[in-house]
Write a protein that binds this ligand. Sequence first.
Ligand SMILES: [Zn+2]
Length: 339
Amino acid sequence: MEEQIIQHLPKIELHCHLDGSVRPHILERLAQEQGNPLPYSSAELASKLTAPEDCESLLEYLERFDIVLPYLQTAEAIELISYDLIEQVAEENVAYIEVRFAPLLFAHQGLTINQIVEAVIAGLKRGEEVFGVKSNALLCGMRHHTNSDNKAVVEATKNYLNNGVVGFDIAGDEAQFPADLYTDLITLAKKYAIPLTLHAGECGCPQNVLTSIKLGATRVGHGIAIAKDDAILAECKERGTVIEMCPTSNFQTKAVTKLEDYPFKKFMDAGLNICINTDNRTVSNTTLTKEYTKLHKWYNIDYRCMEQLNHNAVNGAFISDNEKEQLHTLLKTAYYDYK
Ligand SMILES: [Zn+2]
């Protein structure tokens, strides 16, 4: 496989955080416009926004977001970073992306959840008009937020469902806040027929994956820990759960530490529906092109495998059957010459 061809082939992404994908020059522009310049040179900023190689945990990884969030408190800023994310993914031929964010992290200076969601949708739509990339948003509750705050996010998801928003997620520190704390919240989302993708199994606990799928998640963010539990892995296979793997991020957050422990091959061989994602394009300093190039280096995957991983992503996407069919056809046509 060649990086240039990987970049050129169409790809699908289901797990990408908006606030973890703000390019340094966009943040500098926001800081200038908001009259609150960053105290770093461009080079310093780029390194501060990216998780270090020796990052010790998910918690340390999440600290990267602290620099960005103060600048994402206006509708203009949120619209711009949403548009810019579409510009980024267009550069590597992403055909469809689901962009996730926690609205309440952008509400520190008075924006309402509705204003925030509408600003993201406006940016994504403008991106589609200019670059032709289709997208939808996923709203995230945060593990450390109160139940009533997270409920407000579920209500917003219901209100915008199929109008730019297609699902709900819970993100944040999984080690301290296991999945079963959110049973009521997830049950409410299910009552509203909201599609669910939940972060689970990123911090060593396979039980969180089982809890999440039993509560109705059809997709799981990361899911790495099920490699340690054959019964839960079998349950995911049985249900056809889509596992959103994020290789670079999984090493940075110490979901795994050694390549031989990374369960990509194990999940593939077990017939799990896995797909490949960036998680955070800036914080993980990555793109889908880099992720697939890595998989080729590590496991010698070929274009046929890459195509399959993208079909898996289409199957998991929260879009209509008709839209899925169009994406499957697009993939089949584009990859045909590379088999
Ligand atoms: Zn994530």
